[in-house]
Each structure stands twice: as C-alpha cells, then as structure tokens.
Ligand binder design. Structure first.
Ligand code: SAH
Length: 352
C-alpha cells in the first residue's frame, strides 16, 4: 500500500488530521516514511546540508564545542551528542577537528539520536572506530554533562498550523477531497501554546511544534544539572509567523500534499519556543550562520585549505565557502542558537 492510500483510508475512518500528524506520518511512518526508508541527502538525493557542503562547518562547530567544554572545566566523562546526524558527516568532522584537544576524546561518550535505520547504518560507517550509542529520542541520553549539536533537526519535527479567527484560532487540517489529499480548516479552538500571540491578525497563520518543548526540557535538565551546552543550527526565526511548511524532492520545491513519504517535509524553527522550553539555561543571541562562521575564522580556514587545491576542486571549495556564509545563500536564512548553564561563558562566535 502507498502512504497516500494509507492516509486517505485513515482520513476516511477518523476524519481530517492535523498538519503535525500528516508530517509525522510522511517523515517517520515505520515502513513508508521518508526518513525510515532512505538516505535523502546529497546530490542524488533531495536536499543537502551545511556539513555535506564543506568540512569547514563541522570543524568550526567542533572547535567551538571543545572550547566551551574547556571553559566549563573540561568535565569527564561527558556526553557528546547529536540530534539527527544524517550521514554522520558533521560528527566525523567534529571528531577530526578536536583530536588535538587534550582529554576531549578520552572523556567523551558518543550518543546519537536518530529515527532512521538507513541513516544509522551510514553513521556507523562514517564514525567507524568510535563507540556509538543510538537513541530513538533525546529523553534517554545519559545523566551527565551534555555537549549537544543539532543541525537541521528541529525543522524535521512536525508542526501544527493555526489560523487566527476572531479572538481564537482554527486549525489547518489535512483531509480528502475528490479522492485527493486537501487542506481545510477545523472548528474554533484556543490552543494554550498560542495564548500570548494576541498580535496575530485575522486570517494570519502561525505554527507550533508540539514535540519541541519535551525534547528541549530533557536537554535542559541535563545541562542545568551537570553542565554542557546545546548548539542548534536551523532555518527559522525568533518567532513563527506564516505558513513555512515546505516539501523538497530532487532539490526542487513541490506541493507538500503531492507525494506523501516521497518528499522531505520541513517547517521553519521557532527559536523563541526552544528558548522558552529551557528556562534554566542562558541563551545566546540568535545569530546568522554566516556571522557565526566568520567570527570562528572560516575565511582563514578556507584560505589554508585552498593552498592545497587547484582547478575544479578549488572552484568547488570557494563556492562552498560562499554557500555557507553569503547572505543570499545559507548565511542569513540559517540561524545559530546556543544554550549554556546560567553564568557559564557563551560559546565562541556567539554573544550572550
Ligand atoms: N544533521 C544532518 C541531517 C539533517 S536531516 C545534516 O546536517 O546533514 C534530519 C535528520 O534528522 C536525519 O538524520 C533524520 O533521519 C533525523 N530525524 C528526523 N526526524 C527525526 C525524529 N523525529 N527523531 C529522530 N531523528 C529524526
């Protein structure tokens, strides 16, 4: 059975579903989900990400995390964790770049949160020689100092969508129309998560991520108790406004209802909601990726790497540097947020 047929059957039985339920089914359905059945990354896949574009991204992120670990007194043992590690490229670059940091490798315990079996296999291969513990969710990470990175993870988590209607809201739902999936609106509701969004005008749409607060709370508990830091990189902004549900297939945007389970579905990350869910931690300013990487010295690193390159490889390297940092590429759309214990020094490249 196709996922479309399964979804239409479910809607026939129980009525329209939330956008969050639709996203969850499309991305992580046990046998027909997008992530459960494939590796979607790379040129032959549907999208690419900063660590896949250049090793410089992971190297700089790794050094920033290691500096933060040193600033907190180099606690050992500690958890080095990643949420949604994709092909394992970011973690491999982090580990290579931090080899020379005394005590870091000896003290770290590697924990990866990954829903996809095909991607778990790729991560084991990319990180061969390291002991890895895989988790289905962040709630089972060890009770220990936690240094955590998440690149393009939160955008894959399901969002609900609500449209302002009078003093309340109506939820955008996925239903069926003439045998096809179609958007519609549910009856009046008053979700507590939107209690403070009085400013949203009639007819405007906002998104909430129901699972984000629980994930952040588990991370916060470990960092507040044992020390550590969370470094989150994703597209989005301080506050959600507007419909950002997007489907990507073969590097092109398409209708999110067109090919359930066959396209990547994402929504912009509401960073304010992540900060709200971690009240005992001190957040950095939300910083554009390009600014963060420039402050960490990406241009110097790019120049060093360039001395070993020529021809097409050099062209590709220059293009990758631009793609990560330029304001018209990923430099401004992607944002960086770090969370550290109250009173701890902020990560390099970010301001408290
Ligand atoms: N961080 C990687 C991959 C980003 S793609 C990179 O930057 O290249 C999103 C990743 O999150 C994939 O590894 C996907 O399998 C994982 N993922 C998506 N939804 C998840 C969920 N609900 N729980 C755990 N992992 C999930």
């Amino acid at each position: 059975m196709s996922l479309r047929a399964a979804l239409l059957a479910r809607i026939g039985e129980t009525g329209p579903m939330s956008v969050a339920d639709y996203m969850a089914e499309c991305l992580t359905h046990p046998t027909l989900g997008y992530y459960t059945t494939r590796d979607p990354l790379g040129v032959a896949g549907d999208f690419t990400t900063a660590p896949e574009i250049s090793q410089m991204f992971g190297e700089l992120v790794g050094l920033a995390l290691a500096q933060c670990w040193l600033d907190q007194g180099a606690p050992v043992p500690f958890t080095l964790a990643e949420l949604g590690p994709g092909r394992g490229t970011l973690m491999a670059d982090i580990l290579r770049a931090t080899k020379g940091v005394p005590g870091f490798h000896a003290g770290l315990r590697l924990h990866l949160v990954e829903a996809s079996e095909p991607l778990r296999a790729k991560q084991r291969a990319a990180l061969a020689g390291h002991d890895i513990t895989h988790h289905a969710g962040a709630d089972t990470l060890p009770d220990a100092p936690l240094f955590l990175v998440a690149n393009e993870f939160f955008d894959a988590l399901p969002v609900r969508q609500f449209v302002r209607a009078g003093s309340g809201w109506r939820e955008r739902l996925v239903g069926a129309e003439g045998g096809a999936l179609a958007f519609g609106l549910g009856g009046p509701v008053a979700p507590p998560a939107l209690a403070e969004r009085d400013e949203v005008a009639e007819g405007k749409l906002v998104e909430t991520c129901p699972v984000c607060p629980a994930i952040m709370a588990g991370i916060e508990a470990r960092i507040a108790t044992h020390g550590g830091a969370a470094l989150i990189v994703d597209y989005g902004d301080w506050r959600s406004l507007g419909d950002t549900l997007q489907a990507l297939r073969a590097h092109a945007a398409e209708d999110p209802l067109a090919n359930p389970g066959e396209a990547d579905l994402t929504a912009h990350v509401d960073f304010a909601a992540l900060v709200r869910a971690a009240p005992r931690l001190a957040p950095s300013r939300l910083t554009p990726q390009g600014v963060f990487l420039e402050r960490l010295g990406i241009t110097q690193r790019a120049q060093t790497l360039a001395t070993r390159l020529s021809g097409d490889a050099l062209e590709a390297h220059i293009a990758a540097h631009r793609r990560l940092t330029h304001e018209r590429e990923m430099g401004t759309l992607f944002k960086v947020l770090a969370l550290v214990p109250e009173g701890a020094p902020m990560l390099p490249g970010l301001e408290p």
